[in-house]
Write a protein that binds this ligand. Structure first.
Ligand SMILES: [Zn+2]
Length: 101
C-alpha cells in the first residue's frame, strides 16, 4: 500500500484500527468461501471503517478440514469480518461451491 486510506467524506487520512483481521469471503448465495488476513482502518472524524491491505494468499479455503474451526476461532477472538459478495466475481467458482469441495 503506497498511501494510507483516505476518508473521501471527511478528506482525512485514516488510521490503522487493527492489524490482522480475518476476512471471510461469502459468495452471493451465502456460502462461506475463504479467509484472508487484512488490516482494518478507521476515520477518526466520522468513524467509517474499511478493510484493506489483504495478504496475497488466503489463510484457509472452504475445502480444507480446518476451515470451520478457523471460522469459530477467529469469530470468538472478534477478528472475523464477513465480506458478502456484492456481485458476480471470477474469484468464486460456482462449480466448486456446488460440489462443496
Ligand atoms: Zn470520515
Amino acid at each position: 500500500m503506497n498511501h494510507v486510506p483516505v476518508c473521501a467524506k471527511c478528506q482525512q487520512d485514516m488510521v490503522c484500527a487493527k492489524n490482522g483481521v480475518a476476512v471471510l469471503d461469502v459468495t452471493g448465495d451465502g456460502t462461506d468461501y475463504k479467509i484472508t488476513m487484512a488490516d482494518k482502518w478507521k476515520c477518526n472524524i466520522c468513524g467509517c471503517e474499511v478493510v484493506v491491505g489483504f495478504a496475497q494468499h488466503a489463510l484457509v479455503h472452504h475445502y480444507e478440514p480446518r476451515f470451520a474451526a478457523a471460522i469459530e476461532f477467529l469469530s470468538n477472538k472478534g477478528l472475523l469480518v464477513r465480506a458478502r459478495a456484492a456481485g458476480p466475481s471470477k474469484l468464486f467458482c460456482a462449480d466448486n461451491v456446488e460440489k462443496g469441495a
